[in-house]
Design a protein around this ligand. Sequence first.
Ligand SMILES: NC(=O)c1ccc[n+]([C@@H]2O[C@H](COP(=O)([O-])OP(=O)(O)OC[C@H]3O[C@@H](n4cnc5c(N)ncnc54)[C@H](O)[C@@H]3O)[C@@H](O)[C@H]2O)c1
Length: 356
Amino acid sequence: MSGVLVSAGELEQFVIEVLTGAGVPGDDAATTARLLVAADARGVSTHGVIRLIPYHQRLVGGVVRPDPTLATIADSGGFVLLDGDDGLGQVSGTRAAALASDRARQQGIAAVGVRNSHHIGMLGLYVEQIARAGQIGVVMSNTAPLMAPTGSAERILGNNPLAIGVPRAAGGDPVVVDLALSPTSFGKVQEYARRGEPLPPGQVIDVDGNWITDAQVATKTGTMVPIAGHKGYGLALAVELLAGALTGSGTLDRVSSLFREPMLPMAAGHLTIVIDPDAATGDAAAFLAAVERVCEVILAAQPLPNVDGILLPGMPEQRSRERAEAVGILLAENVVAELTRFAETAGVALPSMEPA
Ligand SMILES: NC(=O)c1ccc[n+]([C@@H]2O[C@H](COP(=O)([O-])OP(=O)(O)OC[C@H]3O[C@@H](n4cnc5c(N)ncnc54)[C@H](O)[C@@H]3O)[C@@H](O)[C@H]2O)c1
């Protein structure tokens, strides 16, 4: 990918200045900046700093509250329900992960639901952090409708992302399964549109159920299909019920779109579940040994002739992170162009960049 390289620290500082300028307290701005830049570092640029643009639009439009009060609505010990108060999803998502992690350390397992939240970004980052602390993390969120239930072409369901992180022994990079329940994220469809490239079939359908390959049309009028047909539909429905219905947040059409409905509170819901292997089983070492065996057997699978090697989920993003730590964050030309226009209107200087 052609683009530019930028220092992670300077990019975070840019995000912090934009967010604090919109009234977000320094700590919350720093949390959000860290998560957005971490997504770019992991090559998930669709959920990186580019998302600052709609976040900022919603903050200055008064739809996202810069300094939410994350009130506790219910607390039964095993399950805590927070009200996100229409604040940034990164703020409530981080709070939920920390709370679930602390509780799980005491009692083996804990879940924290958040209602009235906003876009939570790259879900894998939350479960990666939980897994690096030796625990198993599960995070899910509902999104605005983009996807059809099997047999329909109507945008009824979100593509409701789900992430699961599992620790590896001896500080190894965790297993991180992090996916939208559509074949790709909507952000990637938007990237095809931004680059003016055709969208591969198999992702977005028109009203008659035919594949749309014009990415511009796909973002405007297309409907995403679930992964693996009725199985992905079932999983997306389950996330809708757990992250949306259980938390008392918006569901289906009551969750607004980050892009199409900038003046409506998003009302997305999140659910974070943490299991502490030591507190839950009394033998984290046995669990980690079993995880190692599973990972080793899988990694030793014979690759097909045209494949370099077998990967575990999370590895592509960790490799990207290692490259970013060595040389800086790679931003694509089209992302830089959008950020440059945005930085001018927001009145905050972009960090220095060098060609990749
Ligand atoms: N906040 C939201 O509302 C929202 C909505 C949708 C998606 N997202 C985010 O968008 C991001 C992208 O989602 P996606 O569905 O396009 O993910 P993806 O298809 O890029 O990756 C899915 C998973 O597959 C793994 N993977 C990729 N190649 C692999 C290989 N060769 N072998 C083994 N594992 C491999 C990845 O590590 C990842 O865990 C995610 O971070 C997700 O959290 C967020």
